[in-house]
Design a protein around this ligand. Structure first.
Ligand code: SF4
Length: 157
């Protein structure tokens, strides 16, 4: 499933795509079907066509990371090569450095109902903006940008 969203990544018009084969185990998972192998395979060609059909988006968000890291990194590189920012909502507590190198925004942390989603200041989840210089990267925690405003509470991967 895809949708154009303006809240999930601050200051970006974002095309968000649900990724199946989720390896997460969030308590109260809102999309159990995403733990299965469902939907169309996301390829570079599919990404090109989604972007063509959603004129004006400047960020591509993977809602979930699937179960093939190499493929995910290849798709992230492709999105960047066509000039868009690339973002990932991971359900894991932490991700590999190679993910931070490949993405401009990374959300980490499983959804935990008792701490609330990203737009609550009690949330355990964190959204980082990543700046890159060669192989090094710097993470800036921008989670507080969500507080005092709405966000789709279902976007809790
Ligand atoms: S990351 Fe998303 S799809 Fe995966 S278990 Fe958590 S809420 Fe469900």
């Amino acid at each position: 499933m895809t949708s154009v969203v303006i809240e999930e990544i601050p200051d970006r018009v974002t095309l968000a795509v649900d990724i199946s084969n989720c390896q997460g185990n969030c308590e109260g998972c809102h999309s159990p079907f995403l733990r299965m192998d469902v939907g169309e395979e996301l390829t570079k060609e599919v990404i090109d066509s989604l972007i063509e059909n959603n004129y004006g988006v400047n960020c591509f968000l993977f809602l979930g990371e699937g179960n093939d890291l190499k493929a995910l990194l290849g798709l992230a590189e492709h999105v960047r090569s066509i000039g868009l920012k690339v973002a990932l909502y991971s359900g894991r507590q932490e991700v590999e450095d190679e993910i931070y190198r490949a993405f401009d925004y990374v959300k980490v942390g499983p959804y935990m109902a008792k701490f609330g989603p990203l737009n609550e200041s009690t949330t355990n989840q964190r959204l980082y903006s990543i700046s890159h210089e060669g192989e090094s990267f710097t993470k800036t925690d921008i989670t507080s940008r969500f507080w005092h405003r709405g966000i789709d509470p279902n976007a809790s991967h």
